[in-house]
Design a protein around this ligand. Structure first.
Ligand SMILES: Nc1ncnc2c1ncn2[C@@H]1O[C@H](COP(=O)(O)OP(=O)(O)OP(=O)(O)O)[C@@H](O)[C@H]1O
Length: 430
């Protein structure tokens, strides 16, 4: 999860516009047995230079076996009767995602187990289910079946094994504008579909874009509909999302529409082409200010090598006035996307992009000392935009060979330690 979870969840239904910063709420009872252990694991971690490579491997395998056994115990027997739990994929604020195998067909799936005891968890789960039960599209994660229990909900999903969008950018060693348009075309196909159904994702970011398989021809899937909403244009009002991707109208507490996803897509396009964020500041008030002013630039590498058409695409998405922003359909018709950057240079942007991501990773790890809990403020983008290799390392306990040093997982806060934050607009007033 990086240095922290700075996602802003929708406000509690009756509380007007009080936005809630969810500060890594611990997942259910698993918290008690996982967190203290995690610290122990870290002390004896496979990164430890005292263990020989063979012992490290055995140690890791043992750890994995123990973990799987622990998750199996937590799963409802009705679920495990049908699905064999194989491994933990990752954790969210209210969820754990595991890789499973259907016992009869041996087909692999992912199960997202959601803790719904707390109202926030229930809301996130309901939003996700409401969307997933209605959608069927090649670029949207597919729900296969659901098991509902009073305290937990198990969503069986198609399994995405190809990794996150930025993981692939970093790992492929070569990345051009054409590659960027290929990925964006798939996200746009999903957005055209979702918006036509009146669904606004509201938390679009690279971490929520997963490749279905590791092959070059893989579909890219939009995932994580925990903050998604159904609504007519200009109907939505709730403040939520991940700060760096939040549209100005959300921060200004204005009623908003699916155009907020298009703003987020502009941010994603900017990251894809540069490895940097258009709006970034450790201080959240300053961050919100720069978003509301729409203040960003195309300075620094690799921007001089990026075509004007690509910049035009971003400029038309990062537009302050929502009606003037490209819709998903219009964005899909933008010449840079339609021609797949045919008139752009075929220059390899990979070096600059991964260098920028690497710099971000080292900055973020120096700001988030090992074993500490971050506040929602200093967590801000760093947790969320941590280069994927960092997240992956944390997930795989340092197995992957990546660009940066391994970093200890940040301990989640105890359940109930929610941080209430003044609304962004109020913060701006102060
Ligand atoms: N269907 C899937 N196939 C493969 N991996 C998945 C799938 N769904 C989720 N994951 C991975 O599981 C991890 C947890 O995902 P989840 O959506 O529960 O939480 P999150 O989005 O990381 O966090 P948060 O809930 O705080 O937003 C993530 O690393 C995500 O990429």
């Amino acid at each position: 999860m990086g240095c922290g979870n700075s996602k802003v969840l929708p406000e509690a239904s009756k509380k007007g516009y009080v936005s809630v910063i969810q500060s890594l709420v611990a997942f259910s009872k698993g918290h008690e047995d996982n967190e203290p252990k995690k610290h122990k694991e870290q002390q004896n971690s496979p990164w430890s230079p005292h263990l020989a490579p063979n012992s490290q491997q055995k140690f890791r395998q043992g750890q994995q076996r123990d973990k799987v056994a622990r998750y199996k115990d937590k799963f409802e027997p009705r679920v495990t009767a049908r699905y064999d739990i194989k491994a933990l994929i990752g954790r969210g604020s209210f969820s754990r995602v595991v890789r499973v195998e259907h016992r009869a067909t041996r087909q692999p799936f992912a199960i997202k187990m959601m803790e719904v005891e707390a109202p926030e968890g229930r809301e996130v789960c309901d939003s996700e289910l409401a969307v997933l039960q209605r959608v069927s599209h090649a670029n949207v994660i597919q729900l296969v079946e659901v098991f509902q229990f009073p305290h937990r909900v198990y969503m069986v999903l198609e399994l995405a094994t190809g990794g996150e969008l930025l993981d692939r950018v970093v790992s492929r060693g070569h990345f051009t504008e054409q590659d960027a348009t290929q990925a964006l075309q798939m996200v746009l196909a999903a957005l055209v579909y979702l918006h036509s159904l009146g669904i606004t994702h509201r938390d679009l970011k690279p971490e929520n874009l997963l490749y279905y398989h590791p092959g070059a021809d893989s579909r890219l899937l939009v995932t994580d509909f925990g903050l998604a909403a159904f609504g007519k244009p200009w109907y939505l009002r709730t403040t939520c999302g991940t700060p760096e991707y939040m549209a100005p109208e959300v921060l200004l507490r204005r009623p908003y529409s699916c155009a907020v996803d298009m703003w987020a897509l502009g941010v994603i396009a900017y990251i894809l082409l540069s490895g940097t964020l258009p709006f970034e500041d450790d201080n959240r008030t300053r961050l919100y200010r720069s978003i509301i002013r729409g203040k960003y630039s195309f300075h620094g590498n690799p921007w001089p090598s990026v075509s004007n058409l690509a910049k035009d695409f971003i400029l038309r998405l990062l537009v302050l006035d929502p009606p003037a922003r490209l819709t998903a359909e219009q964005a899909g018709r933008h010449p840079w996307v339609v021609t797949m950057a045919a008139s752009s240079s075929t220059r390899n942007l990979h070096r600059s992009i991964s260098q920028n991501l690497r710099q971000r990773a080292s900055r973020s790890s120096s700001r988030c000392p090992s074993g500490t809990t971050t506040s929602s403020t200093d967590a801000n983008s760093l947790g969320r935009l941590m280069p994927p290799e960092t997240k992956q390392k944390q997930r795989q306990q340092g197995r992957a060979a990546g660009l940066i040093q391994p970093q200890r997982a940040i301990q989640p806060r105890a359940r109930g330690h929610k941080q209430h934050q003044h609304h962004p607009a109020k913060a701006l007033d102060s």
